[in-house]
Ligand binder design. Structure first.
Ligand SMILES: NC(=O)c1ccc[n+]([C@@H]2O[C@H](COP(=O)([O-])OP(=O)(O)OC[C@H]3O[C@@H](n4cnc5c(N)ncnc54)[C@H](O)[C@@H]3O)[C@@H](O)[C@H]2O)c1
Length: 347
């Protein structure tokens, strides 16, 4: 059987995301497993795909270069910090006629796949609300043995940082694809910690939001509320938990696990602070079994993109979809600065 080689120019893979998720756990893992079996025999030694996981503000010039060179382009989110720029990059790819895609990894996390399974099985009945709690304590680096576990540019607006631009991109594709399209939002952000220590060991001023709070109204009337923070200590099941409450049942998903509680086993609490709580609320939930073996979420999407390149299989997660994430973040900033609800127009 012939092998078709796809050479990938990987940019920014000296960084955290590029090294761990994209190079080691996706591409090297795909190479190690012997590539992707496509059942088709092709032979093309050219480097066809350009991948970018550099900083957000560096993205545009690399996408421009790659489109000009007619590469298929796959890149990390956010694709830009403004909707206009994100759309421009999509347009550039479209006009150049190159295949393109943006990372939307959370869609393939086991926790979200289990939520989708529950929705398909109509476990919830009518979904009423979704509440997402994302975050953990990112050390400031002021204590020598506790350096920050994220790059410093994340905390500088002038370098493309900020938790709203980082996380609302995720919340957009998660809400749109798992629940229903986002129609309106109100958001608030804050810089909780004003100073951190950079990679050079020197203090720098934090100019970007490191906590963000938002209510999203979805088509069909679901209310979704997401807290995102790098300044929060974790006392919950996972770094991201999403609780879905429906008329017939509820579920709480972490990154991998998911717990459910149906109507018939829902406890009936009575408010009485004068006695110790008689109900152990954790006992009323059942953990869903794994329905399959869940591969790394980034790797699954990489495989889909490579099949799109090699076989023309559909790949709906284009730079246009990426622009929708940037749009939600930009509107979140607008809502925060103006202190008002904003509509999410069709892109
Ligand atoms: N999908 C996700 O869940 C997720 C999570 C975190 C970060 N990200 C995104 O991934 C991207 C990278 O984030 P990170 O946390 O790995 O940051 P990072 O700072 O660790 O990595 C960025 C890399 O790009 C390199 N770089 C910077 N300028 C460059 C240039 N001009 N040419 C070539 N390389 C250059 C840097 O040297 C660094 O190695 C960002 O866009 C970020 O938003 C995505």
């Amino acid at each position: 059987m012939e092998t078709r080689r796809i050479g990938i120019i990987m940019n920014g893979v000296t960084g955290r995301m590029g090294t761990n998720q994209h190079l080691v756990r996706s591409i090297l893992a795909i190479v190690k497993q012997g590539g992707i079996k496509v059942g088709d025999d092709l032979d093309n030694p050219a480097d066809e795909v350009f991948f970018d996981a550099s900083g957000t503000l560096q993205r545009a010039k690399f996408v421009e270069m790659a489109a000009k060179a007619r590469k298929a382009i796959y890149c990390e989110k956010p694709t830009a910090v403004s909707t206009a720029e994100a759309l421009r990059l999509y347009d550039l790819c479209r006009k150049a006629g190159v295949k393109n895609g943006v990372v939307q990894d959370k869609l393939w996390l086991p926790g979200f796949r289990k939520l989708r399974q529950l929705i398909e099985q109509d476990f919830f009945g009518r979904i009423l609300s979704v509440r997402g709690e994302f975050g953990y304590w990112v050390f400031t680096g002021h204590v020598a043995d506790q350096p920050a576990q994220r790059p410093s540019w994340n905390y500088r607006a002038e370098d493309g940082g900020g938790i709203m631009i980082d996380m609302f991109c995720h919340w957009r594709y998660v809400l749109d694809n798992v629940f229903a399209p986002v129609k309106r939002l109100v958001a608030w952000g804050n810089t909780d910690l004003p100073e951190r220590i950079g990679e050079d060991g020197k203090p720098y001023k934090c100019t970007a939001d490191d906590s963000a709070y938002a209510i999203f109204l979805l088509e069909g009337g679901i209310t979704a509320q997401f807290n995102s923070s790098w300044c929060v200590r974790v006392r919950r099941d996972d770094l991201l938990t999403v609780q879905v409450d429906g008329e017939k049942g509820s579920a709480v998903a972490g990154l991998r696990k998911c717990w459910v509680q149906g109507q018939s086993v829902t406890p009936k609490p009575v408010w009485n602070p004068d006695i110790p709580q008689p109900i152990n609320f954790y006992e009323g939930w059942t953990e869903m079994p794994d329905a399959t073996t869940y591969d790394n979420a980034f790797k699954i999407q990489w495989e889909k993109f490579l099949r799109h390149v090699a076989l023309d299989e559909p790949f709906p997660w284009t730079l246009r979809e990426g622009a929708k994430g940037v749009q939600l973040a930009e509107l979140g900033m607008e809502s925060w600065k103006q202190g008002k609800w904003v509509d999410v127009p069709e892109l």
